[in-house]
Design a protein around this ligand. Structure first.
Ligand code: ZN
Ligand code: ZN
Length: 346
């Protein structure tokens, strides 16, 4: 089968690799669409939990085309989305109910074969039927599940005033979920006006353009909106300067949540005295965990809007465009669709 393969030294290529065969408890999917995510860029350069050679792609939508031993459902022909995480269930973290931090954590598309391929093998129990949900909506299940986990972690009080930095796929979905989770007002700050326009269409109450080169210029406007600070401030950009700014804009007793993926060696300057004297809470949200089912409910209900989030669709041969799109501020979510290439396993 064809697959995108990442190798050591930020190299990638379209390669012919062996079509995977499902083992006990597994199913093989013929991939229909796989979302391209900023994490893929980090993985290409060896960041996050990359293990080479790697077939990336963790936002998968596919049709079941082969069953491993003992698998009865999902039946062949079922269209499903995938929880790409695999926890061992036996390590200290798993046994303490913190499976997300499993010591043997494997994540399809990050340190195990993922969905930028014609086929992928996944755990049958970690598939979720789309029940006819439009593929362009269903393919957003994984990023929605990640945002849902963030909302779980944030644990908002009803009628909270929330500030979100970032209007990428995550910021756009997260800002809607926050409304479901109790935010009375959501303000979104991002550098691209067209994305903020979408955020407003999706229900954001206020949107403010931030200048990447002069992020502090927005502070006075944000202070005017929330003179005593925001109850919760979510950093969904991965920018250190934004995180540094977020602390000062958080209300006394409020919470800063780090959602964006920064470089592993990045450090932010925050005042311990401020955290201490204003009793601030700093939280992190790292991946989806046990939220796929609810993500599908949210998407199916139509209460999470997605129209306009997908801005480009690529095949194997133009994967370089998918990577370029990650750096193009006019792009939001690129989808890889392998359908124009061979569809028979060999
Ligand atoms: Zn992702
Ligand atoms: Zn474990």
């Amino acid at each position: 089968m064809k697959a995108i393969v990442f190798r050591e030294g930020s190299q990638w290529a379209v390669e012919n690799v062996e079509t995977p065969v499902p083992g006990p408890g597994e199913v093989r999917l013929r991939l229909l669409r796989t979302g391209v995510c900023g994490t893929d860029e980090h993985l290409l350069h060896g960041g996050f939990i990359a293990k080479f050679p790697l077939i990336p792609g963790h936002e998968m939508l596919g049709e079941v085309d082969a069953l491993g031993d003992g698998v009865e459902t999902p039946a062949i022909g079922t269209t499903v989305v995938v929880d790409n995480t695999i926890h061992c269930g036996e390590c200290r973290a798993c046994l303490s109910g913190r499976a997300l931090f499993c010591e043997n954590f494997s994540s399809l598309g990050c340190n195990a074969p993922g969905g930028f391929a014609e086929y992928v093998v996944v755990r049958a129990a970690k598939t979720f039927p789309t029940h006819g949900l439009h593929p362009d909506i269903a393919v957003l299940a994984e990023p929605t599940a990640c945002a849902m986990h963030g909302v779980d972690i944030l644990d908002l009080a009803p009628a909270s005033d929330v500030l979100v930095y970032g209007a990428g796929p995550t910021g756009l979905i997260l800002s809607q979920l926050l409304k479901m989770a109790g935010a009375a007002r959501v303000t979104v700050v991002a550098p691209t006006a067209s994305k903020l326009e979408l955020a407003r269409r999706f229900g954001a109450d206020h949107t403010i353009v931030i200048d990447r080169d002069d992020p502090d210029a927005v502070v006075s406007e944000l202070r005017e909106l929330a003179p005593h600070g925001f109850d919760a401030v979510i950093e969904a950009t991965g920018s250190v300067r934004v995180l540094e700014q977020a602390v000062g804009l958080t209300a006394t007793g409020g919470t800063v949540m780090v959602y964006g993926l920064a470089a592993e060696d990045a450090f932010a300057r925050v005042s311990p005295y401020e955290i201490f004297s204003r009793e601030l809470t700093i939280k992190g949200s790292f991946a989806q965990a046990f939220t796929m089912e609810r993500a599908m409910v949210a998407l199916r209900s139509g209460r999470i809007q997605t129209d306009g989030i997908i801005t480009d669709v690529v095949g194997f041969e133009d994967f370089d465009r998918a990577l370029a799109n990650l750096k193009d501020s006019s792009q939001i979510k690129t989808i890889m669709d392998p359908s124009h290439v061979a569809t028979t396993p060999n």
